[in-house]
Ligand binder design. Structure first.
Ligand code: G4P
Ligand code: NA
Ligand code: NA
Length: 195
């Protein structure tokens, strides 16, 4: 069975639809993590972007790290995760971008040390959710500011009815989502493929 089908089935079984079009998946992705499922997702991203000459995987803490590291492991490249708070320990040059979280209704600054985002690379961006696309677009900005190329964006679960999917395509990015949700209306998960 394909990882896409496995992920859909897991979402149907364990996902909880909350008010405000939020899908809670903390039993396997956002709090407790299913390592087997994360591994399979990472292997699928590595396969999908296997022709892109990926030099590095970039995600954002916290929930992107598990699938990001599995992707990077399979591709034999480093994983870097953007941090959300400026640590007092960081006194080296950084790339930073302000992103607005629609879900949390707050701004946060994501940052990466410049030395972990060298110029001239093909960078694969991985994240757990795509909603409005703010996180993915912010990560892409860091890559481009560093003088590297966004070789692709891999998302575990996209809410295709929210603006992020189209915003990333409009910018010309190659987007691969493992599960694509068409609607969460009436507390029910409907996938794009079922349309
Ligand atoms: P955006 O990046 O696509 O614009 O999304 P948004 O700002 O709305 O998302 C803020 C946070 O909420 C992100 O996690 C994002 O992954 C997550 N998120 C968005 N929609 C959903 C959803 O329907 N279900 C779940 N479970 N998460 C959603 P984060 O703040 O980076 O948190 P984390 O990585 O520490 O988990
Ligand atoms: Na998240
Ligand atoms: Na995330």
């Amino acid at each position: 069975e394909s990882i896409m089908k496995l992920l859909e089935e897991r979402i149907k079984k364990d996902g909880i639809v909350l008010p405000g079009n939020v899908l809670k998946v903390d039993s396997f992705l956002n709090h407790q993590i299913d390592p087997e499922l994360s591994k399979a997702m990472g292997e699928e991203f590595a396969r999908l972007f296997g022709d892109a000459g990926i030099d590095r995987v970039l995600t954002v803490e916290a929930s992107g790290i598990a699938i990001g590291v599995m992707t990077a492991l399979t591709l034999h490249v480093p994983l870097v995760f953007a941090r959300k708070k400026k640590s007092a320990l960081i006194n080296e040059p950084i790339y930073t971008h302000r992103v607005f979280s629609y879900t949390k209704k707050e701004y946060s600054d994501i940052l990466v040390l410049q030395k972990f985002l060298p110029a001239g690379e093909n960078v694969l961006i991985i994240d757990d959710f795509l909603a409005n696309g703010e996180a993915a677009l912010g990560l892409a900005k860091l890559v481009e500011e560093a003088g590297s190329k966004v070789a692709g964006i891999g998302i575990a679960i996209e809410k295709a009815f929210q603006p992020g999917h189209q915003r990333l395509l409009d910018k010309g990015y190659r987007l691969e989502s493992l599960a694509s949700i068409a609607s969460l209306d009436n507390g029910k998960v409907r996938f794009t493929a079922e349309d």
